[in-house]
Design a protein around this ligand. Structure first.
Ligand code: TXA
Ligand code: MG
Length: 390
């Protein structure tokens, strides 16, 4: 008897994970209609979805995530027609970008229509919209007939989920239907482009880096004569350099985000240097890096952006569960959009983990064989995150 009770509660703890089958579309749509939360697969990361037009349900998303009410949510829609119903204006730049990249890892910010609840936007006049590529999720939204808000399905500031198991672990005990659509294909969150001021300014602004890179955005908008600016805020939001020119709020742009519980430090140039100290370390680095002192386990970091992005959050989660004293990640060196986005996420994760805002770079010094140097300035400038784009 006691055994059965224990098993039952274990199952509850794991949450209700169901496969993304055709039959589940109706079940999940009914949950959403009832104002309940459903964790949905997308091609980027899993989202914690609620009916965007039910205020109570949207509030529950903020509560479950522990997210401050003034951080707006993306409304996920099934197609362009549904998107324009939530938009007061649909600038040509938004039309061009969404026709080119939807369904896909692109979110556009435009002026919101009266149909958008203030709770969704944190009281701002603009709304963020995205058509995800995951087919099951698009069918779910089409069945519901309304948009769903869907922040990444993790507690505020923590590591984003790229599998249903991550979501279930993150929200153990929460009344939630978790729909398993497999590992996410891309692994980092969508690129966010603010198109709301394009008429006045002749440019769109990139608020968050993702799989749709800045070069691709520029190419798509070139004929329009519209330029693409990368928001200063994405350079870690520190001091004058990080100051945002307007009131757009993007928590992904906070310097501390996507964070493991264990302190994470970022290293570069390992071929030329050897780290100090004998802490027990979990390491995510290329196979040809020399062994790190204290290295308990190494997850091999591949070179290409797709592999790096797909692995990022799962590796951070796994390493975080090892009980080691420190996590070490190599900063990938690719100039492609995904490597660039991963550098950006790693810097925020390091900052959020108490690794501080200090990027630890290892360099061979003239005077000694090797030494450890901290370079706070480099971190503030966050040179890597816009490399190749600006
Ligand atoms: O790939 C993604 O976008 C994933 C999947 C689930 O679709 N979603 C996601 O949501 O990353 P979330 O809430 O974790 O991050 C959404 C970002 C936040 O940084 C938020 O501030 C920004 O979008 N955002 C939402 N509405 C906005 C608005 N009206 N203006 C500017 N930024 C906005
Ligand atoms: Mg998030």
């Amino acid at each position: 008897m006691r055994e059965r009770g224990r098993r039952q509660s274990e199952e509850e703890q794991r949450g209700r994970v169901v496969a993304a089958s055709p039959e589940m579309i109706g079940v999940a749509a009914a949950w959403l209609q009832e104002g309940k939360l459903v964790a949905i697969p997308t091609e980027t990361v899993y989202g914690l979805a609620a009916d965007a037009e039910q205020e109570e349900a949207v509030r529950r998303v903020f509560a479950v995530k522990g997210r401050p009410a003034n951080h707006p949510l993306i409304v996920h829609v099934a197609d362009e027609g549904m998107a324009t119903a939530y938009a007061a204006e649909w600038p040509r730049a938004a039309a061009i970008l969404t026709r080119r990249f939807w369904p896909g890892p692109l979110t556009v910010v435009v002026e919101a229509s009266a149909r958008v609840l203030p709770v969704v936007t944190g009281g701002q006049s603009r709304v963020a919209l995205r058509v995800p590529r995951h087919q099951w999720t698009r069918q779910l939204i089409a069945r519901l007939g309304r948009g769903v808000v869907a922040p990444s399905a993790n507690r505020f500031g923590r590591i984003s989920p790229t599998s249903a198991a991550h979501v279930a672990a993150e929200f153990a005990g929460v009344d939630l239907l978790v729909v398993d659509g497999g590992r996410t294909a891309i692994g980092v969150e969508s690129t966010i482009v603010d198109c709301s001021q394009v008429e006045q300014e002749g440019c769109v602004r990139v608020l968050r880096l993702g799989a749709v890179g800045v070069k691709a955005l520029r190419r798509a908008l070139a004929e329009e004569g519209c330029t693409v600016r990368v928001e200063e805020g994405e350079r870690e939001g520190e001091g004058e350099r990080g100051k945002r020119s307007e009131s757009v709020r993007v928590p992904g742009s906070l310097p501390a985000h996507y964070a493991p519980q264990t302190r994470l430090v970022l290293w570069e140039d390992a071929e030329e240097s050897v780290p100090e100290g004998e802490r027990r370390r979990g390491v995510w680095a290329p196979a040809d890096w020399p062994r790190v002192p204290g290295e308990v386990v190494r997850f091999v970091q591949l070179e290409d952006g797709y592999s790096v992005a797909r692995a990022l959050y799962a590796v951070l989660r796994t390493m975080d569960g090892l009980g080691v004293e420190e996590l070490v990640a190599a900063l990938p060196r690719g100039e492609d959009p995904l490597s660039t986005a991963v550098r950006d996420r790693l810097r925020r994760a390091a900052a959020g983990s108490g690794g501080g805002t200090v990027l630890i770079a290892l360099r061979r010094e003239n005077e000694g064989p090797y030494s450890l140097r901290t370079e706070p300035d480099r971190d503030v400038a966050c040179g890597g995150s816009t490399n190749g784009f600006v």
